[in-house]
Design a protein around this ligand. Sequence first.
Ligand code: NAP
Length: 347
Amino acid sequence: MKISVLLLGFGNVGREFCSLLERKGDKIFSEYGCTIQIKGISTQRRGNLYSEEGLHMPSVFRAEEETGRIDCLRSNGLYISPTLEDLLNNGDYHILVDTTFSSLETGEPARTYMEKALSRGKSVVTCNKSPVFLWYHSLSSLARERGAKFLFEGTVMCGTPLFSLFRHGLPATEVLSFEGVLNGTCNYILELMRQGSTLDDALLDAQRRGYAEPDPSVDIDGWDSAYKAMIVAQAIMGAPRLTKDMIEVRGIREVTPEMLNMTRIKGGVVRLLSKIERKQNSFKIEVAPTALPANHPLVTLYGVTNGAVLCTDTMGEICIEGAGAGSRFAAFALLQDVLSIANSMRR
Ligand SMILES: NC(=O)c1ccc[n+]([C@@H]2O[C@H](COP(=O)([O-])OP(=O)(O)OC[C@H]3O[C@@H](n4cnc5c(N)ncnc54)[C@H](OP(=O)(O)O)[C@@H]3O)[C@@H](O)[C@H]2O)c1
């Protein structure tokens, strides 16, 4: 079976995803009996490309390296360069894989692209947070109505399988509470501050290593962690539609050397913790720098690692940790989702 993909975005994650498919093609075929084929790619400024036969990815990589664009390949006759609108309305593919950025206020433009795909019964996989934390409920119900899937493993904890753990490993389970260290950049900065750096120096270091954005306020002020907590609460804890004003958010600017020292003396660490508590049908979601005691399961998270503790009604406490940032991990998250859809298509 061939599973075809329309890929939105050919940046760090989009490219890594295509390379991963090239590297893992044989393994995927032997384990899943299918081939994942990229049929079309759309970018914002570097053109679009589509082929009914599937794109030959080594040629696309070469063309992109030589010209900075992908649409130059259309000249060989096999490939065309339609508009994104045309691809979304008429493209023949199974899964839309979104690796673009969207507005944190509206989730656009990806939300509209996803709605178009889902309305046509195409499944959607994304690592782009804002359409998910803002529109999880409407996009999921549209997917259900049209017999499609809407998956987003890469939006929280990157490739560390949080949502697939819940979907496949915790059947009929209720998650009663959740604690997560969900922002790798803050974790890295807090660790440097624990060792004596100031916030400004630690931030500069994180930026030099490519961990932090040039405008790091979404990370530092706790909003990235809050958006991820909104996804978790809605997707695995049954929260109704959430808006930003329902979350209490405090970032790491308020962390003082005294707080770090006091916590260290007791054997603990300060981490930016996202907490979700559910009491019957009401949800309390909080993001704040928190002194974790020495015996807390997330106390050993260092660097850009992420971790989460899920308190469940079936298995008690479950703890997972793993990569929290990096395009190759995000690409793997996309692959997990694509293969999960491929599996459901085989049945
Ligand atoms: N990088 C990571 O470690 C990581 C980890 C987890 C999640 N993510 C998420 O993954 C997404 C992509 O990250 P990235 O690092 O790959 O970013 P990137 O390198 O900037 O790539 C973004 C790609 O999206 C394309 N694009 C933007 N707007 C578009 C539009 N309206 N229509 C079609 N294409 C559009 C861009 O086109 P051009 O090439 O023309 O600019 C580019 O190819 C983001 O949502 C990010 O939050 C990233």
